[in-house]
Design a protein around this ligand. Structure first.
Ligand SMILES: Nc1ncnc2c1ncn2[C@@H]1O[C@H](COP(=O)(O)OP(=O)(O)OP(=O)(O)O)[C@@H](O)[C@H]1O
Ligand SMILES: [Mg+2]
Length: 198
C-alpha cells in the first residue's frame, strides 16, 4: 500500500471512530474515564513515576483531569504538551495548578497562560500518556494527522514508558502504519491494559 492510500485509510478511520466516540453521553465518557484513571493509578510504572507527561483532554477524549489532579496531589511533577500554531514540534510545560494556569489555546486545547509557561525537557518524565483517535493491540495509534506525537515519542529518552488512553470503542484490528508511526508501550482502556510493544 502506498503512502497516499494509507493517508486515505487513516482519514476514513478517523471519521468513523470519532463518530462513535462522540456518540457517547457525557455520563458515559465520565464513567469510562474514571475507570481508565483507576487502572492507571495502579500501574507500577505510574506508581513509581516521579514525573508524568499527560495531554489535557478536550471534548469526548478520555478525560485526564482527575489523573492530572491526583498526580499533583501525590507530589508528582506533571508536564503537558503544548501545540504552537505553525510549529511541527510539541513543546512541554510543567503545570502546578490545573484550575488556575490554563486557558484555551491552539485547536481549543487548554494550555498554560503566558505567565505560567514553564518549558521543560522530558528527562524528568517517567511515563507519558498519549491521546489518540484509534488504537490497535500493537500500540499503533491514529492521531489528528499532524504527526505531533509521532515526533515527540520518537525523541523520548529511552527510560520513558508510553501509554495510550482509550475507550474500548477506539480499539481496532490494525491501525494503518506509515514508516514514521511509532507505537506506544501499552494501551489502557476502561476494561483492560494491553501491553507489550517496542
Ligand atoms: N518523525 C517524523 N518526522 C517528520 N514528519 C513526520 C514524522 N512523523 C510524522 N510525520 C508527518 O506527520 C504527518 C501526519 O502523520 P500521521 O498521519 O501519522 O499523524 P497522526 O499520528 O495521526 O497525528 P498526531 O501524532 O499529530 O496525533 C505525516 O504526513 C508525516 O509526514
Ligand atoms: Mg502517526
Amino acid at each position: 500500500m502506498g503512502e497516499a492510500q494509507i493517508a486515505v485509510e487513516k482519514e476514513n478511520l478517523r471519521r468513523y471512530i470519532l463518530r462513535l466516540r462522540d456518540r457517547q453521553s457525557i455520563g458515559e465518557v465520565q464513567q469510562k474515564s474514571e475507570d481508565i484513571t483507576d487502572q492507571v493509578l495502579l500501574l507500577h510504572e505510574y506508581v513509581r513515576a516521579r514525573g508524568i507527561a499527560c495531554y489535557v483532554s478536550k471534548d469526548t477524549e478520555v478525560d485526564t483531569r482527575v489523573l492530572i489532579r491526583s498526580s499533583l496531589d501525590k507530589g508528582k511533577r506533571v508536564i503537558i504538551p503544548v501545540v504552537k500554531k505553525g510549529d511541527v514540534e510539541l513543546f512541554f510545560s510543567e503545570v502546578k495548578d490545573l484550575g488556575k494556569e490554563l486557558a484555551p489555546g491552539t485547536f481549543g486545547i487548554l494550555e498554560p497562560k503566558p505567565e505560567f509557561v514553564r518549558q521543560v525537557g522530558l528527562d524528568a518524565v517517567d511515563i507519558m500518556f498519549v491521546p489518540g483517535i484509534a488504537w490497535d493491540r500493537d500500540g499503533y495509534r491514529l492521531g489528528w494527522g499532524r504527526g505531533y506525537f509521532d515526533r515527540a515519542i520518537q525523541k523520548l529518552p529511552p527510560h520513558v514508558t508510553t501509554a495510550g488512553l482509550a475507550f474500548n470503542l477506539q480499539l481496532i484490528n490494525r491501525v494503518p502504519r506509515d514508516q514514521f508511526d511509532v507505537p506506544v508501550d501499552m494501551v489502557v482502556t476502561e476494561s483492560r491494559v494491553i501491553r507489550g510493544h517496542r
